[in-house]
Structures are given as C-alpha cells and as structure tokens.
Design a protein around this ligand. Sequence first.
Ligand code: RUQ
Ligand code: CUA
Ligand code: CA
Length: 610
Amino acid sequence: MSDKKIGNKKIDRRSLLKFLGVAGAAAGASVMVPNSVISESKKMMFAKAEGGEEKGRQSYEVKPGEYDDYYGFWSGGHSGELRVLGIPSMRELKRIPVFNIDCGSGWGITNESKKLLKGLTVGDTHHVHGSYKDGTYDGKYLFVNDKINARIARVRIDYMETDAMIDIPNAQGLHGTFPQRYPKTEWLVTNTEFQIPVPNNPGAPQNEYYGLHTIVDAEKMAVVCQIMVEENLDLAATDYQGKYSMSTSYNSEQGVTISEMLAADHDYLLVFNWERIREALRKNNYKMINGVKVIDGRRGKSDIVLRIPVPKNPHGVNVSPDGKYAVCSGKVSPTCSVVEIAKIDQAFAGKIKPEECVVAQPEIGLGPLHTTFDGRGNAITSVFIDSTNVKWDLERAIKGEKKPIVDVLDVHYQVGHIMATMAETKEADGRWLISLNKMSKDRFINVGPLKPECEQLVDISGEKLRIVHDGTTYIEPHDCIMVRRDVIEPKVKHRYDMFEHPLAVTKSGVERKGKDVTVSLTANAPVYGLQEVKLKKGDRVTVIVTNHDEISDLTHGFALTNYNINFIVSPFQTKSVTFTADKPGVYWAYCTNFCHALHLEMRMRFIVEA
Ligand code: RUQ
Ligand code: CUA
Ligand code: CA
C-alpha cells in the first residue's frame, strides 16, 4: 500500500528529498541531499520562525549558575559510549565510556575496566534506557546495547559509571533493548537484528537463520532465556503492566539480501507473553544452546509469540505513556500502526485475530521511524525521508481520521530517533523534544567531509512544534532519554565509597613476590605516596592508586611515560593497572589532571634496572 503513495507524489522540494532517500536506500547507497535543496528549506524555516512567534513559549537558555531541568542520556553510536547532557541547555556534561577505550578516564586501560571489556575495543551503542519502578524511572541504572559485539552494559547512576557487561550468546546485531517497566525492572529484553543459524553452523540453509528475543536479569546481569523466532527483531518495547514485550521485524522473510527482505507486503510486530515464557521455563520447555535456555517461539511451535501483521519493514515501536497503545512506525510505509494493548490480551486468548489488534493506521509521512509522546494525547513521529517531526492526535487516529496531523516541523536533516522529556514513562510531561538528525549538511561552519550531527531541541509545550536550539554531536547518537533532574540528582554521589574497591590503598608501599611487584600509591594533592620505585627489567608490575582527597571534584591522574598508561582517580576512588617493565631506564609517572598549584610537580620516578 505504501509504495504506490511514494510513486504518486508530485515533485516539490520535500518530494525530491524523498526520492533521493528512497533511491539511495534501494541502491544500498548513502542518502545524498544536494546543498541547493537544503538551502531552500532553511530559508523557509527562518521565514516561518520570524513570522509566527508564539508568546509565552519556553526558553532553552540556562544562565551561568543556573541548572538544567533534565538529564539527557545519549547513546554514542559507533563511538561506543554514553553521554550525559543538560536539557534544555544541551550542554554536554559528561561522557561515560562503555564499550570504547577512553584515555581520559582510563577506561579500557585499567584492570577494572579490562575485566569487563575482555579484550574487545569497539562497540556501537544504540538504545539507552533507565531502570523503572511503577512505570517511571527509579534513578538506579542505565542499560545500553552494543550492536557490534552483542553485549549489554549497565551503568550505575550513583557514580555514572559502567558497572556490568554481559555477552548475549546466539545473537548478532544486538539491537532494540528495553527494561521491564512494571512493577519494576527485573527483566530486560534485547533483540537480535541479524538472524543467524542457532547454533551458528556455517552450512545451515537460510531458512534456519533465526532471531532471538533475549531476556536478561537486570540485577544479576545474566541471561534468563531466549525465545527463538524466524523473524529478525529490530526495535523493542515493554508494556506498562509487566505482561508483554514486543519487537518489530522487518525481515520476516528470513531474507539475506535487501530485495529478499523487502519481498513480503507485510512484516510483523511480535508480542512476547511473559506469563507463558515463565511457564515454559517452569516446564523445562527449552533447549540448552551455548549455555542458554532457548525456547522455541517459531510459528506453529508455541503460543508464546503473537504476530501482528503491519505494513512492510516497520522500524520503531513505542508505547504511549497511558500504557494503552503501542505505535509501530512504518519506515517503508507512510503510516504508523496503532496497536491497542488490551486487544493483545484477547488475541492471546484466541478471541480475536492478531490483525484486529491494530486499531488505527494514520498516514504520517514518508519514512516514519520512531514515535514519542507528549503525555497530552499526541504522538510525535520522526519521518526520515521527509526530514520532519510530525505531531498527530492519537484519539483522532483511532476514530478513523486518515491524517490526524496537528503540526509538521521541518528538521535538519534525515531524522532518526526523537524523544520527548520523560516520554518513555507514565510521567511524560510534554515540555521538550530532541530530534536526533543524522545529517547536518549546511547547518554549521565547515569542518571537513565529516560533519557534526545536528540535534535539534524542540519546544513541544504549545500547539505547534518549535525548534529553539541546534546542538552538534559527534557520530552517532541513535537514541536518548531525558529524565527530570529530581529523579536523578539526589542519587548521584560526589565521592566514591573507598572500601567498595577491595584493593583500596591506605598506605603506600612496594611488595615483591618474585617477578610480581605490587606498587600501592595514595594520591593526595600534590603528591603520590612514594617518590620513587625501583624495578627490574621483566617485572610484572601492578600499580594501584587510591585518591585520598575528600574535596569533591579533586581528581588526580596517573600516567606512566612511554609505558602507554593513563587513568584518573576521583575522590576516594581506586584503580589499578598491570604492565611488564620491559624497558630499562628512568620513567616518570605524573598526574594528568590539573589538581593543585603544584600539579606539575606531582610526579614520581620508576627506575627500571637492566
Ligand atoms: S535504531 S535511528 Cu538503533 Cu532507529 Cu538507530
Ligand atoms: Cu594530582 Cu594533578
Ligand atoms: Ca520485510
């Protein structure tokens, strides 16, 4: 149904972008947008802003000394990290290294972080979500997926630091990830976007390539089980009752080429019934594959999975803050499919057909990807090919209106995820929205072929959507959440609990056991606890540093020259590194973080004898 629509549109500025987008996608090439076209749209946008300012709208300005109202938690895409922003100022407050190496903090360099990373050095963080209690954030954890190496990481909010990481077996292209929202986050679901043979036998025919919906125990950070289906599983969501998780699939065809993945005229929203999953676990209805309980959820094999047909190759699925609807965004279809969650109960009970769960299918624009909510009955959908954010009225859609559009906002350009403040909770407050645009094109001064991405802050407090601020960012945030400050700030500590680290140093010293040398160091501005350490070539050396400065913000560094070591320790924090002293000579260790008037003098010698 969707394809014809794309073909029939007349060629105006926006349609040109669409055609370029569609042609680019079909050819598997990147989407090219000519500069002249963009400049035209920019002029139009400015004209709009000058003409129709509404009084009493919100300001994004946060004056020096004032605080932001929201914490923004951003995934970093192929930078492998998470970022913390203040909203609405859009100031970047912090980067939290997760799957990447960060030589500022020493992530990937210290023993503590290497233990989690297990030798892997790249990651692709897409979907960041907070832990929940009663349908809203509890301020305890963040979770994020790594699409490249199929891992889930957890960040503890009190230190804003990665504290756990697990591998997801039998999975490739680990994508949509969502925590349980009610009654609290015990489980977390994460999806396999790329079907593979399970177990991964290279000779398997393609109709034995499967997708896995993995359930993770969010507290223990351990895999509970996996549900195996024929479909690939893209984005994920959980409901507000603790009964269901759901996933979109764009490759229900089990295709291995782009044309095969586009062959069927519809794909599915898959709904997973948690009660039936628990029952299968109780009855031992699973197979152990690579150490994990794998439950068969294939068509006709079990009643755990409900397949709701939606137009071909859908992308995002998002649940409205009242918990009543799941909105599935069309991507190839110009529509969003609204699924009524109460009808899912009836469909699982066999009282209605799966397709009857779809209660509306409004036309939104070309390339709808993700939907967010303002908590006042409106949905806002990112439309990639059109480069718009489209606000539409859920109730009007359900009453059958074909185009229940309230406002259309041009964004710059090719928007992926959008997210409104608190929108993935029952406390959605409809104040701000972020449009995470993949391309910035002519939006900023030229910095070479790789441009920053453009994140636009949109005031959604009024009837009309209004861009108030452009932010730039490094490649490539996919998704974000914006959480009210009062949920997070009281949970965040200024200082580590020193003895949480089993190796915390209270007294500096050197201990030798054969070739193994342990150097324990306190750091107290502006000195380390020792001035020199004597080593022999070939020693295996572990340096442990504990920062004893109580003052909040007084961080020290520890870098060892020509030995490729650098990390920081914040107040009462302990970190360690292990290296082989393979180069004889005098090597200075120094503090890399400006901590004191005598910061430059904060250094000590490592003397490695031949
Ligand atoms: S998916 S926009 Cu992970 Cu939409 Cu990136
Ligand atoms: Cu310690 Cu600079
Ligand atoms: Ca498909």
